[in-house]
Design a protein around this ligand. Structure first.
Ligand code: MCN
Length: 794
């Protein structure tokens, strides 16, 4: 039996439970709890004149109705602005229940609690809210025009404005570099709004324990520790009196990092007030209109380059729509503007963005978080340069790559936290070589000619990206070996389907030398681990993975110290194999880890058989022997934290071949290839799964998904009947190859992988469609009818 499982394609241990209906999702909990439902604004922008609840009071089973005026203390204040930034001069967040003004359709106005959800919805339907309808601001250009305001005190609707300028080698500005370049291009690129749309929406279920004056809250969240802190602060409870558990979570993709959602504090508050269990489960329409969206961005590019396509100067101006509120600050346009350069070196760079308010759902990070827009911008730029110069598109890219001997590479930019953006390692030329081979780039022109001879239109596209992953500030791990030889691992961040139960067990099994079957993993439960940041930004593997490895190393050292005493050996001569500590090269001189666990705890229970055996093994403790050796703590357990100096940069390159129908303009993906580098792989099968899921989501963003608002701020496609997502049938087989350039920044040498798949897909498919059709594709998503219209205007 091998316990060296790091790097092995171990099957996901959580899957049998999750795919046979044994997962415990939020709505599986709390049968019999009271149900909450919300009256939400039907208007994009309106003043609340009156709320009349009288008719609802007759509903049998009604328990309570709350409006903003009922909320006490900190609960009545606006929700927190989670990531402030000096450039966000006018950050605004919503109240948990609307106060005077509603700023998007779906904003919660009244909370109803009743015996069950049907009755709560009945009561909602009987509540009359009188509104004075105000002029809504919809669309980026209208918002930037500033004729009407989303927030009265935000002039021009501009919440934030930021410029970053990296001068060229001779100190020239980007403007000077572009103007002086032998060749120049200027164009506009648009990406439309989409959303995370996890299959399980948000949800929260709270139990108040009046005897203990404490709250237990279950939330479908990506950040249980932060939700806990928010609840404690908003409800005025000491932190130890609040516990938050993320049960199985049916996808998050970013939307469940916003915390607290209004419901996440209102439901626990009502549970305490009523001294009853209360639960709220979001329905699909609520999710569309009252959670968050992303992507929507307009980008103007000016680029100057030489005869080889080398970038001498690049100016990018971004107009970002952050919807009605900014709970997550301006993290999305900051990521776009700082990671847009991808694997390339640029002479001089200037990026400027304005972030504007509109009367639409707020914008917060969605898998990829601003990078898909940035990569669309950069990769379309590369393709336009290649087309202009008549060069191969991969040649132009290669001419601009950061080279393997140039790491660490400083792009000269500053990230959200004020730290410099430095790439730690990578090999972009090798990744491109692998990708070209995988997709058959060099032989494609013949394939295209053959297809053309048959009357078929096919095209190929390529896209490259880097992704800052594993951001800090920290994550921790706790590891305990119990007297039955089992290993219990816990970490505070949560899981939404990424396979953490498997990979963290692989790390523990490898570090401790125990069979993986003996390792159990708990995530997202503040009762087990209270200090954590959360799962987002492809950080779990880097952050918790390293923290768990460090905690295991502590425990291993302690186990060896105790075993050495029992075996009368030097700890340096010991190793652990298959759960047994033994003298290297002499397996007969051994002691089970289970026994070591017993020896670590002087309280030897009479009813514990393992303890009895261990006591005999070690001989009776003499009276003058201290019960716990000096400097030791009882128990075979340890905790450690990992806190990186900066992010580690994963990278990748995708290529696709598409076919467009000459008559119907239908777009079909024939092949999709990925070369990905996330440093050392913990589990290649899980990474491939993550990439497949990401590509599928990217295909949705490139070809199908967009939020359609009318001029009144009504979301016209707020259901899965109308919001088009790809089925499995639209997703091609994804061919994947891995490149491993270990990160020098962390002990395990890993980089993140969870968002990579989604990042370049729009850029790659736009390039492939453009190649097939010979029409510039500057806006995503693109549907068959969009393509048809483009053909007509050719
Ligand atoms: N992994 C690995 N080797 C590496 C890097 C990662 O084996 N070198 C594994 C990890 O151990 C983990 C998975 O790949 O099991 C993803 O790791 P990581 O990149 O650390 O990403 P996180 O675990 O932090 O997950 C967050 C990431 C993000 S930001 C979004 S959004 C997203 C995603 O994961 N949301 C998801 N993947 C998702 N997958 C599912 N099923 N559901 C979501 O909501």
């Amino acid at each position: 039996m091998t316990t060296r499982l790091f790097g092995e394609p171990v099957q996901r241990r959580e899957d049998p439970r999750l795919i046979t209906g044994r997962g415990r999702y939020l709505d599986d909990l709390g049968a019999g709890a009271l149900a909450a439902a919300f009256v939400r604004s039907p208007h994009a922008h309106a003043r609340i004149l009156d709320v009349d609840v009288s008719a609802a009071l007759d509903v049998d089973g009604l328990v309570a109705i709350y409006i903003w005026e009922d909320l006490p203390g900190a609960l009545a204040e606006p929700l927190p602005l989670l990531i402030p930034h000096p450039a966000l001069t006018h950050g605004r967040t919503a109240y948990p229940l609307a106060r005077e003004i509603v700023r998007h359709v779906g904003e919660p106005v009244v909370m109803v609690v009743a015996r069950d959800r049907y009755l709560a919805e009945d009561a909602c339907a009987l509540i009359r809210v009188d509104y004075e309808v105000l002029k809504p601001v919809v669309g980026l250009e209208e918002a930037a025009g500033g004729a009407h305001l989303v927030h009265d005190d935000v002039p021009g609707n501009i919440g934030a404005h930021l410029v970053q300028e990296v001068p060229g080698p001779g100190g020239e500005t980007a403007r000077q570099a572009v103007d002086a370049a032998p060749h120049r291009l200027e164009f506009r690129l648009d990406v439309e709004r989409s959303a995370c749309t996890p299959l399980e929406g948000k949800g929260v279920y709270a139990r108040w324990d009046a005897d203990d004056a404490s709250l237990r809250v279950y939330s479908s969240t990506q950040t249980s520790t932060s939700v806990r802190m928010a609840i404690a602060a908003k409800l005025g409870l000491p932190l130890p009196k609040v516990e938050v558990v993320a049960p199985d979570v049916g996808g998050g993709f970013g939307v469940k990092i916003v915390h607290p959602w209004p419901e996440e504090i209102l439901v626990p508050w009502a549970a305490r007030l009523l001294n009853r269990e209360v639960k709220w489960t979001e329905d699909r329409r609520e999710h569309f209109v009252s959670s968050s969206h992303e992507r929507g961005q307009v980008q103007h590019v000016r680029v100057g380059f030489d005869d080889d396509g080398r970038l001498l100067g690049l100016e990018v101006e971004i107009l970002h729509d952050h919807g009605a509120y900014t709970p997550y600050g301006i993290i999305v346009p900051i990521i776009t503007s700082t990671q847009l350069l991808g694997p390339y070196k640029v002479g001089a760079y200037r990026v400027e963005f304005s972030s504007v308010y509109t009367n639409t759902v707020q914008v917060t990070p969605y898998r990829g978080a601003g990078r898909p827009q940035g990569v669309f911008c950069m990769e379309r730029t590369m393709d336009k340069i290649a087309a202009y110069l008549g060069r191969d598109r991969t040649e132009v890219r290669a001419a601009n790559f950061v080279q393997p001997d140039e790491f660490p590479y400083d792009q000269g930019l500053t990230f959200q936290d004020g730290r410099p953006l430095i790439y730690d390692s990578g090999d972009y030329p090798e990744a491109l070589r692998m990708l070209k081979e995988l997709i058959g780039w060099d032989s494609f022109p013949e394939e295209k000619a053959r297809a053309a001879a048959e009357g078929r239109r096919i095209g190929i596209g390529v896209g490259c990206y880097v992704e800052g992953t594993g951001v800090g500030p920290y994550e921790g791990g706790h590891v305990q070996i119990t007297s039955d030889g089992r290993v219990h691992v816990s970490t505070g961040l949560t899981s939404q389907g990424q396979g953490h139960e498997t990979v963290f067990a692989q790390i523990a099994a490898t570090e401790l030398g125990v069979p993986i079957e003996r390792v159990s993993v708990v995530t997202g439960d503040t009762r087990r681990f209270g200090y954590a940041v959360g799962t987002f930004a492809s950080r779990a593997a880097v952050m918790s993975g390293n923290a768990i490895a460090l905690a295991c190393r502590k425990v291993r050292e302690k186990a060896l110290r105790i075993a050495a005493e029992a075996l009368e050996a030097d700890p340096r001569d010991l190793e652990i194999t298959d759960g047994m500590v033994h003298v290297a090269g002499a397996p007969s001189a051994s002691i089970p880890l289970a026994t070591v666990a017993v020896l670590s705890n002087p309280l030897r229970y009479a009813f514990d058989e393992e303890a009895k055996r261990a006591t005999q093994f070690a001989g009776p403790a003499s009276d003058d022997r201290p019960p716990v050796a000096e400097g030791e703590e009882p128990g075979l357990e340890g905790r450690d934290y990992y806190s990186p100096v900066r992010s580690t940069f994963a990278a990748g390159m995708h290529a696709a071949i598409v076919e467009t129908d000459p008559d119907t303009a239908e777009i079909r993906i024939l092949r999709y290839a990925v070369v990905h580098d996330c440093g050392r792989l913990i589990n290649p099968m899980i990474v491939e799964g993550q990439i497949h899921g990401g590509v599928a989501q990217g295909v949705g963003g490139a070809l199908y998904e967009k939020m359609v608002y009318d001029e009144h701020g009504q979301l016209l496609n707020a259901s899965f009947m109308d919001f088009l997502m790809p089925y499995a049938t639209e997703i091609p087989r994804i061919e994947t190859a891995h490149l491993e350039t270990p990160s020098p920044l962390n002990p395990l040498g890993i980089k993140g992988a969870g968002e990579a798949g989604v990042i370049p897909v729009s850029a790659v498919l736009a390039a492939a469609i453009e190649d097939a059709e010979g029409i510039p594709i500057d806006r995503m998503p693109i549907s068959p009818s969009d393509l048809h219209t483009l053909r007509l205007t050719r």
